[in-house]
Design a protein around this ligand. Structure first.
Ligand code: C2O
Length: 610
């Protein structure tokens, strides 16, 4: 029986006792049967507010923090004075209301990475895509529901490089049980990238000079570099500690919040069972190494078995995975970042004699690929995979770095040689400056803001995975990287398939491609040039992983599919900020549907003005 809910009924539900509140529906199956003691209903709705609201205040300001491996402090932008910022802990179906007060000297927006934002497109957060930024001194309240999704997500600033220090975890717990044995404890493990400088200024300087940003001074776990850093001053930030009990199982919620760096993650003497990625449950996947690209999350169970009790503690560690071929020496930080996993009741005497786990080589692409392709989605009893089999819109999109002339604002770049720009199908995305994409669409005033002609194919076909820019001189790509603001309009409810093909124009590299507002199914991934006939045979249409960010293999491709069932302007971009900022982005304009609740809603009244 389908239930139609009127506003009045919602109000009644609001005042109902909690037995009613377990009438929660989820989108894990297209229509989930939900049971309580006496009633059984089928809900086809997305959400309505019968759950409590998680409320928090984000005071964005400046804070003075110790440098890493250098004396003294540095002033950075942070939420509530902390890096990482506060954790949002909600339950599936909750409404979240975050009051953001901008006391910083910069424009700010906050993005809720991985949240579906069904019917709340104005709350998504990317600056000039769905909103104008919150000006210094301004405020804005983000309101959205976390419905039909569970697991580990995160939030981050989505204006310039500010997310280096403005980010935190967003945890959505299930209403009922986890689809795996309940852990004895949970830990959030937030991986970050740190510069002994104001990242916003670093980005500005790099842009003006037409150069790339310097490698990070440190990689961090929960804000700390650990004690193995190759520097004299090891006491300035220190090491995080996790206390664990023997014979217990811990759910690690691992988030890669780094700007530009993929990581290998290990714990010496321990292995993991991955149970979710990007807040989508996976078939239990056993591994001793976890790999995360910027933007991705992994939920993994770690059994605390304490194999050699004399040790008392073990290093948890991250090291960088560099996908660039050839490797660019000096472009990354080679240190290993650590946390001490300490067994309760052990004596800490030996701690500093420990060895970190054997980390994969910095260039171990096979290890990364094994992990990225090894996971499948968890199919729950009675539910079939929701992979749509009929495709309405097909796109083939080249992704990578190319060249472009100096932008007018770039004062000191070398005008006799083009600078590096990043492109998708040869378009280098530029954000509008006067109104946001979503606002322009809402007002039917796209003219001068964006055009709806993002191409479905690159302008010329070439040997994508191998040809270099030099070899392509004289083709249409010689003037590659046209700065433009192009979106792809798609019909409401269309199934969209995108082949993401990495290029080698400047160098092969893995690009973690993130789509706002939707999870997509990753049907296949591979190296070299995409070959449709061969790839389609390998498509996983049974239980492909669902993600919001896919690390497209270096010099290779990935095929993703999603259902465009949420009207709005949704950004798709490389989650390496150094690439996003030079144009590796586009947006989907998902058109209105046929019913009143599938039409773009008007902006909230307090939405910041440009
Ligand atoms: Cu987590 Cu548009 O980004």
């Amino acid at each position: 029986m389908a239930l139609t809910v009127s506003a009045q009924a919602v109000q009644q539900l609001n005042s109902m006792p909690s037995s009613w509140q377990i009438l929660v529906f989820s989108l894990f199956c297209i229509a989930t049967i939900v049971q309580s003691d006496t009633v059984e209903h089928t809900f086809n709705m997305c959400f309505f507010a019968i759950h409590p609201t998680f409320t928090s205040k984000f005071q964005v300001g400046t804070v003075s923090i110790p440098r890493i491996c250098q004396p003294g402090n540095i002033t950075v932008t942070a939420v509530n004075g902390r890096v990482p910022g506060p954790v949002i802990e909600a339950k599936e179906g909750d409404t979240v209301a975050i009051h953001v007060v901008n006391d910083s000297p910069y424009n700010v927006t906050i993005h809720w990475h991985g949240v579906f934002q069904r019917r709340t497109p104005w709350a998504d957060g990317p600056s000039m895509v769905t909103q104008c930024p919150i000006r210094p001194g301004g405020r804005y309240t983000y309101r959205f529901a976390v419905a039909g999704q569970e697991g580990t997500l995160w939030w981050h600033a989505h204006a310039s490089f500010m997310r280096a220090t403005v980010h935190g975890a967003l945890i959505i717990r299930p209403r009922q049980a986890y689809p795996f044995p309940a852990p004895d404890g949970e830990r959030t493990v937030l991986l970050g990238e740190w510069w002994n400088a104001d990242a916003v200024q670093l980005e500005r300087q790099a842009f003006l000079a037409g150069t790339s940003i310097a490698p990070a001074d440190a990689y961090t776990i929960n804000g700390k570099p650990g004690n193995l850093y190759d520097c004299r001053i090891t006491t300035n930030r220190g090491i995080s500690r996790f206390e664990v009990r023997r014979n217990s199982t811990y759910l690690l919620r691992i988030i890669n919040a780094a700007l530009n760096t993929q990581f290998f993650f290990k714990v010496a003497g321990h292995t993991f069972t991955v149970v979710a990625a990007d807040a989508s449950y996976t078939t239990p996947y056993h591994t001793d190494v976890i790999v995360l690209a910027p933007g991705q999350t992994v939920d993994a169970l770690m059994a605390a078995a304490d194999a050699s009790p004399a040790a008392g503690s073990y290093y948890m560690a991250i090291s960088t995975y560099q996908s660039a071929i050839p490797l660019r020496p000096g472009s990354f930080n080679g240190n290993v970042t650590t946390v001490l996993v300490e067994y309760a009741g052990s004596t800490p005497s030996h701690h500093h004699h420990h060895q970190p786990p054997a980390m994969p080589e910095v260039t171990d692409t096979p290890a990364a690929h094994r992990f990225y392709t090894g996971m499948t989605a968890l199919l729950r009893a009675g539910c079939r995979s929701a992979v749509p089999l009929a495709v309405d819109t097909r796109m083939f999109v080249t992704v990578g770095l190319g060249f472009s002339a100096c932008a007018p604002a770039q004062t000191s770049c070398n005008r006799s040689a083009p600078v590096v720009a990043a492109t998708m199908n040869n378009q280098s995305f530029t954000l509008p400056t006067a109104v946001s994409l979503l606002d322009a669409r809402f007002r039917n005033a796209a003219r001068g803001v964006y055009t709806a002609d993002f191409p479905d194919r690159p302008p010329v076909a070439f040997d994508y995975a191998n040809a270099t820019g030099r070899e392509l001189l004289g083709t249409a790509l010689a003037s590659t990287g046209r700065a433009s603001t192009k979106v792809r309009a798609v019909k409401y409810n269309a199934t969209v398939e995108v082949v993401l093909q990495n290029t080698a124009l400047v160098g092969r590299e893995s690009h973690p491609m993130h789509l706002h507002a939707f999870n997509f199914f990753v049907l296949a991934q591979g190296f070299g040039n995409y070959d449709a006939a061969a790839a389609e045979e390998r498509f996983n249409l049974v239980n492909p992983q669902e993600r919001n960010t896919v690390a497209v293999p270096t010099g290779g491709w990935a095929v993703i599919r999603f259902v465009a069932d949420n009207p709005g302007m949704w950004f798709m971009h490389c989650h390496i900020d150094a690439h996003l900022s030079i144009g590796l982005a586009m947006a989907f304009d998902v058109e209105d549907g046929p019913t009143p609740d599938t039409v773009l809603p008007p902006p909230p009244r307090d939405l910041p003005k440009c």
